[in-house]
Design a protein around this ligand. Structure first.
Ligand code: SF4
Length: 88
């Protein structure tokens, strides 16, 4: 097997998370509890996006969420509804 056919080391794919602004933040800020709606949801998402705003790894985080089609949570300053493709 040549080196080109080997998968990338898993650590390379997650290394950016070491510098994440959300690293020590309660994940509940980024992921909605069941049945969360309206103003409660908006406030939580705004709080998460404020943390993302100055995060040094915002770009790789958003790219990761897009590449993995992450369905839940705020990633890279984008809410799940913002990442979702719009119906035509
Ligand atoms: S962009 Fe937001 S969700 Fe992504 S690592 Fe930074 S703080 Fe966390």
């Amino acid at each position: 097997m040549t080196r080109k056919t080997l998968p990338r080391p898993l650590l390379d794919q997650w290394e950016w998370q070491d510098r994440a602004s959300c690293r020590d933040v309660d994940p509940a800020v980024f992921f909605s509890p069941q049945n969360e709606r309206g103003p409660a949801r908006s406030l939580r998402e705004e709080r998460a996006m404020a943390i993302c705003r100055n995060c040094p790894v915002r770009e790789p985080c958003a790219a990761f969420a897009a590449a993995t089609k992450e369905a839940y949570g705020v990633w890279g300053g984008q809410t799940e509804s913002r990442r979702r493709p719009r119906a035509r």
